[in-house]
Design a protein around this ligand. Sequence first.
Ligand code: NDP
Length: 280
Amino acid sequence: MKAQMISGKDYAAELAGQQAARADTLRLLGIKPCLAVIMVGEDPASATYVRNKERACQKVGIDSRPVFLPEDTTQETLHVEIDRLNADPAVHGILVQLPLPAHLNEAAALMRVNAAKDVDGFHALNAGFLLRGAPAVTPCTPKGILYMLKKARVPLDGAHAVVLGRSNIVGKPAALLLLQENCTVSLCHSHTRNLADITRQADILIVAIGKPRFVTAQMVKPGAAVIDVGINRVDGKLCGDVDFDSVSDVAGWITPVPGGVGPMTVAMLMENTLEAACRA
Ligand code: NDP
């Protein structure tokens, strides 16, 4: 049986209409939602992501304010720029595009962003709230994953969710969100033993490791929901961390790459920006 495809692209397009209506309402109230994106250097992949975010802002009616800084920007200059945006009441969301050049301290830069404007949800205060299960700005990719699972009506309560990858931006927050939904969560990483034995027990399998087509059909329980976060470029083409062709014969639900988690991440960034504008 072929898996049901969960199209993040379709969900994101549907959400964009609703978000545009909310942005209109905010404008009627005199609030012009605004997202500032800081990019340091000229990494081509980052430049593409920044352009995608600008396009999404335009579609929804959010003002986008890109701030491009040269590769040799110092930590101090970056912090001055973040402080300027923190102090600007017209800016509701601030995003520091990652990765930063190697000489910069990423954690320090993320902590410099006012937690209320931290639309990425990477500030330690927001991460702490998420850990406690308190209302917080939730990181966009895990928030998008949960949205897709719920929208596709994948049963969550009591399900065994296995998350591959323990990064601060995807794996860890995804595991916490699934825990809040009463899943039993296993969080796996590069030191995990007998990985396939664990993934084969998953009712929900989230894969975020950055290894092209790593998860094969033999690693998946029949009927499982498989969410592929990975973005890899192989021979000039994008592919995920899941071997889509073989896994879609076994899984119950599957997300494609491209057109799965990626568009949902951007949609949730719009969501977080609108929420920040409402709070302001
Ligand atoms: P990181 O590089 O920060 O983390 C990768 C994680 O995968 C680590 O925890 C690592 O374990 C684990 N890992 C690596 N190899 C294996 C393995 N063989 N078995 C089990 N675990 C392994 O990655 P990110 O979380 O930032 O991103 C992961 C992928 O998702 C990338 O392809 C990235 O491009 C993509 N991505 C996509 C987004 C989207 O919107 N679609 C958004 C963000 C990321 P350890 O900790 O032990 O090293």
